[in-house]
Design a protein around this ligand. Sequence first.
Ligand SMILES: Nc1ncnc2c1ncn2[C@@H]1O[C@H](COP(=O)(O)OP(=O)(O)O)[C@@H](O)[C@H]1O
Ligand SMILES: [Mg+2]
Length: 457
Amino acid sequence: MDNKARLLMVGALGSGQQRLIESMTDKGWAVSTADTLAQAETRLVEGEHEAGIFCLPDSGIRDLKRVERLVVRSDMEWMALLHEPELDDPLLCRTLGDLFMAYQPEPVDIDQIDCLMQHAVAMKRLRSEEASTVAPQGSEFEMVGTVPAMHKVFDTIRRVASVDAPVFISGESGTGKELAARAIHERSQRASAPFIAVNCGALPSSLIQSELFGHEKGAFTGASQRKIGQIEAAAGGTLFLDEIGDLPLELQVNLLRFLEEKTIQRIGALDEIAVDVRVLSATHVDLEKAVAEGRFREDLYHRLNVLQVNIPPLRERQEDIEILARFFFNKFIEEKSMKVRGFSLEALALMRQYHWPGNIRELINRVRRAMVMCEQRLIKPADLGLERRTSNRLAITLEEARNSAEKEALIGALNRNKHKVKKAADELGVSRVTLYRLMEKHQLGRKGDQRVSLSSN
Ligand SMILES: Nc1ncnc2c1ncn2[C@@H]1O[C@H](COP(=O)(O)OP(=O)(O)O)[C@@H](O)[C@H]1O
Ligand SMILES: [Mg+2]
């Protein structure tokens, strides 16, 4: 190891503890220790560690949940040192299997621990290299993309940001049109002034005029106060008109006038007010078609459409899907269930094949859902809720047939033995460890988990 790797050792292992600390220090580790879980939590906040050793006390662990939280939040690999008899506790075994990369019963073998922990550090360093290429600086409006089509979008955003003309952003729903609009604003000279987004499709036409232009007190029944419209509120900054294709024809006239004269009139006002606002607009509908069909004014279309940004749908950005999925995984890391560490290869493959009608917005929702639903270290296809139906497929592979027979046998034995893992393992003629591994493989939960039923799958 190039620089001293930092090892955190939690818990007390009697007299062996001191010897372990000394030996690991001799082997070049920077060891810090914590006697309690609370101390361990503090150590992790105080400084970066790269691997951990957890010494389970003789008395067992009282607060498994807290151990789980510590291990998962630490974002590094751990091994457990314990006393052989503790392996009789099925709950503990499962937790160990889920949380730790390895365990060692007493008496400890220092060379082996050193070797395992070196692997752990290597794994952590691998992961952090990946993370740093995926998400450089975490701005709230960071736009992620690596494929050529997205490089072109980023180029265009930079170029249109440096001028002050209207920009028309096209793309399917959820592709990032609003995010692109914000990116343009943030890179423009107007960055320190407001960015205001108005969804023209979300308001009835009777309200949208006053929403955009504002009104004077008493301008109409119910106008008990003067209201400043969104155009005026964006003064000096950028107004983003989303779903511009939904703007009613009569309002299109007013908007066109504003774009030409750079003045507005609040409803019920006599005078015109000069307002300096840059207008960006977007829609997911085909605006040219709307023009051809007389639903959208051609003169307004040309006014808005001076510069264009077109954002491709997610399915055309195959190589970005995994990068985006990991980006959102890290972004929502606080919401995830304790164990989950990342995506399984099958889940990534499924995400690449899926056609993403809801684009990035849908990807975000699927990833967040999976992070909450997943009960294992890696997100499986089923956690994403994207799985295409396989029930009407006639041919199954031998492997699928074996798997389903194996799962049925497992469910049967568990049910017959009232979920006593030891007894079910005996009946099946396998060791407890094997049974736990198979339960994990087939996502069979512990007792009380309703997924243990023959109708599942
Ligand atoms: N390239 C991207 N990188 C990261 N997040 C993105 C990207 N594109 C879109 N998003 C996110 O996806 C969601 C949908 O984007 P949005 O701009 O609202 O789409 P649209 O306006 O086209 O419907 C938002 O949460 C946005 O932050
Ligand atoms: Mg939008």
